[in-house]
Write a new protein. Sequence first.
Length: 297
Amino acid sequence: MTDATALAARFQEHRGQLKAVAYRMLGSPAEAEDAVQEAWLRLGRTDAAGIDNLAGWLTTVTGRICLDLLRSRAARREQPIDDTFVPDPVLRPLSAVDPEQEALRDDSVGVAMLVVLETLEPDERLAFVLHDMFAVPFDDIARVVERSPAATRQLASRARRRVRDAGPPAEPDLGRQREALDAFRAAARGGDFEALLAVLHPDVVLRADAGALVRGAGGSKTLRGADAVAKAAFMFSKFNAEARTVVVNDSLGLVSVVDGRLRSVLTATVADGRITGLFILADPDRLARLEVPEERN
């Protein structure tokens, strides 16, 4: 085995974690893959023999690449992302063997969490993701953000408060998620307004991201409160009557496929048996980049 082959094999061992880091930083599987590829290229330009901790080196390098991308993205953006934004999800089939374990794999992160991460400043996001999610020491993160370790701790602390204040912890059990999602779909299809109110949290928030080019009733919107979301759910039922259940990141969700094309992805957060958040991605351009999982019997 050549040195290059051995290095490639070692890099491959860490690819999964690197992509998990990059996805949490960028909110896009495609951009995350590009960032990981850039990390590989940088490793190829580095004397690997001088790297004592390859996993740590690759993690911080990937974080630095993502930080540069986030800063560039923020500089180009004329306006901040509004509250209809829904990040690109990762879709997986619902396992017939053990869906709970599949959904709770270490590389999963919820859409709701990604929405919160999107509100953070780039340096805050990096500090929180690397330290709180991947246990990277603050001394290492400080070198990436070019701040003192104490200042870096403050970045992570501010981000942590934003995450904590975003809402109650989501229900991780897929069985309970499914009960709430099935009740929501049944009430919407049956036109049962009271049943919808019963399964929706009073402060539920619906985010529908249809992209910048879609206007009118199907355009992007944010709705707050059970009454407003319940009324909108009747429209949802018309377009998602044949939607099928999949795993969307770390939760159950629905995909609507019409004539072989993915038309929408919906996922929900559930707490204490009620839906606290609904996230719908209906942007045609971004949906076209997603891989739809095959149905499993």
